[in-house]
Design a protein around this ligand. Structure first.
Ligand code: GLC
Length: 466
């Protein structure tokens, strides 16, 4: 079975969020199960592209409305990623140092057109086309409606929604950018008066998946305007929980760690990393360390962090360390926290993130929306206890310590009071040293790898063939 994943992000080439982690690992696991799964993504001007060799496998010109753009399809030479990687190079449009920007409608449309212009030339066409989020959401429409791609129209398409908050809206005035299509079906592009690539993908893809079962249910009530559409298309929708890349996120082999550790050496292993963090960020190693890693946006509950942190630090004997960036107001409010037991790193560093998973005692994830969430799974694998709002994938992967077989701290809803209360429960838990240490060992063995979910995707694909 030949599968092509079309995505704006893919780890380790270009990562903004969890989308990259998923696209950079699911294909590898699919290949381990005997599939032939590849990724096609834009060729950005990122360090990865400079340091690798590519073969040029196609040079052509694409039409974006009345404008013509030259493009090349590049294939990574000697890929060690576990899958074949193809990149679309469109000078002037995609070759930027960033993934997202203002003219994304044109950039990602051109990317999708180049991708289909290439796929149509292939002798052996893909068995399945799997698209991710709104950036690639017009692909199923073009395959079924644009005349030039009619030869592809029997290829099953799958949309995975990683986050329904973002839908890629643009005005109908730009519909001429889409290769000429059957205008009787222009309604497929529309949702509430604009062209909505995510809605279009939900309508046109053969199957729609979300990255956790709970998120699928939540979307019927809260999908940034697409609730009704998702309810009416619910028959073709299914929630499949993301996994994590077991080989990248492995305390025994992680080269980003100062000292590798196993579940039997977790206490000394975590101590080394906690010390590194506390030295670097001037925190006290004796106190339980709570961390946050991620984007500073309302979805993650980050607007409440300045108040939550201030209150939690006043009421408990703890330290807090944050890694992330996002809304400027939040960054500024965080910089005004004067408590000595708080520090932050505004920006992103994959190395620091790994050290934090290893060195922290708890990770905070008070997300208001969390389609799956990967950080809680990375944390568990590194022996760090997640404190999460019971929503989406967080609900599907973390059980509260007060419940049967519980191992994390959960709260229902995101308010300053609820999160501070959860932090208090965590610091009480920490004081019960035996219980806390036993739990650290146990959570490291919870299997959140891709193996099961990769199989679920393959059986979903199989259900669409013939
Ligand atoms: C998005 C979601 C996150 C999910 C990730 C990968 O970033 O916000 O919850 O884990 O995609 O699917």
């Amino acid at each position: 079975m030949k599968i092509v994943h079309i995505s704006a992000e893919c780890f380790p080439i270009a990562k903004i969020g969890g989308l990259a982690d998923v696209v950079g690992s699911l294909p590898k696991y699919q290949n381990e199960l005997g599939a032939n799964s590849a990724v096609i993504m834009p060729f950005y001007k990122v360090p990865f592209s400079d340091n690798q060799e590519f073969d040029v496998i196609l040079k052509d010109t694409l039409a974006l409305g009345h404008n013509y753009h030259q493009f090349r399809i590049l294939k990574l030479k000697n890929s060690t990623l576990g899958f074949e990687l193809f990149c679309v190079d469109i000078p002037g449009l995609l070759d930027k140092e960033y993934v997202y920007s203002e003219n994304d409608t044109e950039r990602f449309l051109a990317f999708q057109i180049a991708t289909l212009d290439w796929i149509i030339t292939l002798k052996e066409k893909p068995t399945i086309i799997h698209i991710h989020d709104h950036h690639t959401g017009l692909t199923p429409f073009m395959i079924t409606q644009s005349f030039k791609y009619s030869k592809l129209k029997n290829i099953p398409t799958i949309l995975t929604i990683h986050n329904a908050q973002y839908q890629g809206w643009f005005s109908h005035e730009k519909s001429h950018l889409i290769p000429p299509f059957n205008y009787d079906n222009v309604g497929l592009l529309d949702w509430d008066g604009s062209i909505n690539p995510l809605a279009t993908a939900i309508k046109c893809a053969w199957k729609v998946t979300t990255v956790s079962p709970s998120y699928m249910n939540e979307l019927k009530k809260n999908a940034n305007g697409l609730e009704q559409l998702l309810s009416s298309e619910s028959k073709k929708c299914v929630g499949i929980l993301n996994g994590i890349d077991w080989s990248v996120w492995n305390t025994e082999t992680d080269i980003k760690l100062e000292k590798n550790y196993t579940k039997n050496t977790v206490i000394s292993g975590k101590k080394v990393h906690k010390k590194i963090l506390c030295n670097q960020f001037k925190l006290n190693t004796k106190k339980p360390l709570f961390v946050f890693i991620g984007r500073l946006v309302g979805e993650k509950g980050a607007d409440l962090f300045p108040e939550i942190f201030t209150k939690a630090l006043e009421e408990n004997d703890i330290s807090i360390l944050l890694l992330g960036s996002g809304h400027k107001e939040i960054e500024i409010a965080l910089s005004k926290i004067t408590n000595n037991n708080y520090n932050n790193y505004i920006g992103y560093s994959e190395n620091l993130a790994h050290t934090m998973y290893a060195g922290a005692d708890f990770i905070l994830m008070p997300s208001r929306v969390e389609p799956c969430g990967l950080n809680q799974m990375y944390a568990l694998r590194y022996g760090t206890v997640p404190i999460v709002n019971e929503i989406g994938g967080l609900k599907d992967t973390v059980t509260d310590i007060d419940k049967n077989n519980g191992f994390g701290i959960t709260h229902k809803g995101v308010t300053i009071h609820k999160v501070v209360d959860a932090i208090k429960r965590a610091s009480i838990f920490y004081k019960d040293t035996d219980k806390f240490r036993k739990n650290q060992k146990q959570i490291m063995t919870i299997n959140n790898s891709w193996t099961n979910s990769a199989k679920e995707y393959l059986s979903l694909y199989k259900s669409l063939i013939n």
